[in-house]
Design a protein around this ligand. Structure first.
Ligand code: F6R
Length: 357
């Protein structure tokens, strides 16, 4: 139930710190160490390549998950949109593992791939919020998100839960493979939860950003590099689906290869800057669009901020930054939708689970 909240979406955004803590608990053993079911772990360790298959927001979580699987577990990973994969399968490796990411566990496009994968005899793991869902029952293995029911059509807490569980899976696999972990994930996810709380406690700031940048615009661009690029794709999807503002998430360096032609006086461009190695270059991209009249809003991570930034998010480990940087974009989309009089929880033309291909 949404209780005192005006919308499920706002409630679900606020639940994210709690969900992080629940996930840590659910994946901890009695010693406090992170663990993953043996069957799942063995399937991951046996794979020479992982194929993540998902749709929409879950696909965007997969893009971040690939970073963990490659950087902490050192397993080559590809991420695919289910509806494309099914008709245009890439050349598969010898021992692939498929990971289906699906909040509902009922998405028909993803299921079509799962059916095909089973015909081919390959192992499949489903990451889902719904125990006993179709994708969970039909895959060999399941990992649960522990996000609690997600009612709003726009997915928020499932996205961060998916990323958190993928970070745990990668960390545990990396450890078993004998790699030194450069950080303590339990502690870092705790820092993430606290950072999320600080952001959800600061809603007025994001309401103001939505007012300043998005109240009348027809379009908006989001830019980011590296992990921020994955997050801005999700940010754009969220804004589109609930506010009907035409929005696109771009890699910062790609704008000048065409899209910059769309920048006019007042075009909103929201940039994320959470990654040290690309901070200078994303700043350069912000200047490029500002010089062409864009109304720029930069959200930076503490330690990388510059004068004139619109908001500074608390510092968390760089690899985990998507868990935190997405929260302002969720809140900004929420308020943009609200200010524009849209139906936040039930946007037009959309259903919570898409059970047709
Ligand atoms: C966007 C959204 C959708 C879903 C997509 C996949 O906010 O909710 O893009 O992420 O339809 O759904 P699941 O994860 O249930 O397979």
């Amino acid at each position: 139930e949404k209780g005192t909240y005006p919308h499920y979406m706002l409630k679900e955004i606020d639940e994210q710190p709690l969900v992080m803590r629940k996930i840590i608990q659910a994946y901890q053993n009695e010693m406090g160490d992170l663990t993953i079911d043996h069957g799942v772990l063995n399937a991951v360790l046996a794979a020479d390549r992982i194929y993540i298959v998902a749709c929409g927001t879950s696909y965007h979580a997969g893009l971040v998950g690939k970073e963990f699987l490659e950087k902490t577990a050192k397993i080559p990973t590809e991420v695919h949109v289910a509806s494309e994969f099914v008709y245009n399968m890439p050349l598969l490796s010898e021992n692939p593992l498929f990971i289906f990411i699906s909040q509902s566990g009922e998405t028909a496009d993803s299921r079509a791939v799962l059916v095909r994968v089973k015909e081919l005899g390959h192992p499949a793991l489903t990451l889902t919020n719904v125990a006993g869902s179709t994708l969970s029952r039909e895959a060999n293995h399941t990992l649960l998100l522990h996000a609690g029911p997600e009612i709003a059509v726009a997915s928020t807490k499932a996205y961060t839960a998916q990323i958190a569980v993928l970070s745990i899976l990668s960390e545990v696999a990396g450890k078993v493979k004998g790699f030194d972990m450069e950080f303590d994930l339990v502690q870092e996810l705790g820092i993430v939860a606290t950072a999320m709380e600080a952001l959800t406690d600061d809603k007025e700031a994001f309401e103001q950003i939505a007012r300043d940048f998005l109240s009348t615009t027809r379009n908006a661009f989001f830019i980011g590099r590296s992990l921020d690029y994955h997050v801005v794709q999700e940010a754009a999807l969220k804004l589109k689906e609930i506010s009907y503002i035409q929005a696109e998430g771009f890699a910062g360096g790609e704008l000048k290869h065409g899209t910059i032609a769309l920048i006019e006086d007042g075009t909103p461009v929201l940039a994320l800057a959470t990654q040290e190695n690309v901070n200078l270059s994303i700043r350069g991209n912000v200047k490029e669009v500002a010089a062409r009249g864009a109304h720029t809003c930069t959200i930076a991570m503490k330690g990388l901020e510059e004068e004139g930034d619109s908001y500074v998010i608390p510092h968390v480990h760089e690899l985990l930054s998507p868990l935190v940087s997405v929260v302002p974009t969720q809140l900004i989309s929420y308020y943009a939708s609200l200010h524009r009089g849209c139906d936040v929880d039930k946007p037009r033309n959309l259903a919570k689970s898409v059970t047709v291909e």
